[in-house]
Design a protein around this ligand. Structure first.
Ligand SMILES: [Ca+2]
Ligand SMILES: [Ca+2]
Length: 338
């Protein structure tokens, strides 16, 4: 992705401010939000748009939930290229290798980097959008990779895609945003540990991206995503959700940046900052108010239904044993793993 000049940073920052002008409201009350929300975590079958031949079983978490969403571990390591990349071009994670070794049939189920091992969350129209008539379908899929093998050091990432299924044509101002509160200390304004990524097409239609950093009172968007070790990209392409080309936004962020607490908070949204409409999780989230973000934790178990219970139990034992063995080995050298 291109870098951003300081002048461009300023423009993007202003654009982002416009983006959020309808979303931040001093009337917001975190307690009201929690009390009013309805947690929904369910497994469902969702049809493929524009096709009637390939239903898939996805674990879906609807928006509006204040439940802690459990992010599953990755079996496949995504390539961040703005497309659904075929499995032939991808590598398995350590966990994926372990499970495929135990059950070679698993390999035939892995078609791309998002369809089988990532948790899906539907993004819903944020009621604070200026355009309240906006319609669309968008899905966030997330997962993480945290190998139990620390040496040689492997890059570990939090991965995600926003599959903007209904958006068949790129329009200036189409962008995706993800924000993280790694320490989960939330608040009514972005704190110093908070950060985010904005990427998409600016109001002249040029592809753009920038990271945002909490200042204690607002966001400062500047620099490049690669400065953080993050990567983002977006393209028009097909996905299992629709065989008509539509906008797809992919990202990855170093896992140790995202997770500085067992539970973190996060907010994701996709839409258009010129027209000011947003599909979000949580639906009522405000990008400048971490108190409104959803809670995420990190499961060591893959998505249920993909892996048999025996495999999960056996894997837990294997992981524990290998961790103990490594700890013992490292302890002898006077180093600490944890
Ligand atoms: Ca990809
Ligand atoms: Ca924070």
């Amino acid at each position: 992705m291109m870098g951003l000049s300081p002048g461009f940073c300023l423009k993007l920052f202003k654009a982002s401010a416009v983006m959020g002008s309808g979303l931040a409201t001093p009337r917001f009350n975190a307690i009201t939000y929690r009390a009013a929300s309805t947690p929904k975590v369910l497994e469902t079958i969702r049809p493929v748009f524009g096709s009637d031949d390939a239903n898939s079983l996805f674990k879906v978490v609807q928006g509006q939930s204040t439940n802690t969403v459990e992010v599953p571990p990755a079996l496949v390591l995504p390539e961040i290229d703005g497309k659904y990349t075929p499995i032939s071009k991808l590598e398995l994670s350590e966990l994926g290798k372990e499970l495929v070794k135990k059950d070679p049939n698993l390999m035939s189920m892995l078609k791309d980097e998002w369809s089988y091992d990532a948790l899906e969350i539907e993004l819903l129209l944020n009621p604070a959008s200026a355009d309240k008539t906006a319609q669309g379908k968008a899905y966030l899929r997330i997962k993480y990779d945290m190998s139990s093998i620390p040496s040689p050091p492997l890059p570990h990432f939090f991965y995600g895609v926003i599959d903007y299924v209904s958006k068949k044509k790129i329009e200036p101002g189409d962008v995706a945003n993800v924000f993280f509160d790694p320490k989960n200390n939330r608040g009514t304004a972005p704190q110093l540990d908070d950060f985010g990524l904005v990427w998409g097409w600016d109001k002249t239609g040029i592809k753009t991206s920038a990271p945002g950093f909490g200042t204690g009172s607002t966001w400062k968007f500047c620099g490049t995503c690669s400065d953080l070790g993050a990567k983002v990209d977006c393209e028009l392409g097909v996905s299992p959700s629709s065989n008509e080309p539509h906008e797809i936004f992919e990202f990855r962020v170093p896992f140790n940046m995202v997770k500085q607490n067992d539970i973190i908070s996060s907010y994701a949204t996709v839409g258009n900052y010129v027209k000011d409409y947003w599909f979000s999780y949580p639906q009522n989230g405000r990008y400048k108010i971490p108190d409104t973000w959803g809670y995420l934790s990190f499961s060591t178990n893959p998505i249920p239904g993909l892996i048999r219970p025996f495999d999960i139990a056996a894997l837990s034992v294997l992981t524990t044993l290998s961790t103990l063995a490594l700890f013992k080995r490292y302890s002898k050298k006077g180093k600490y793993l944890l």
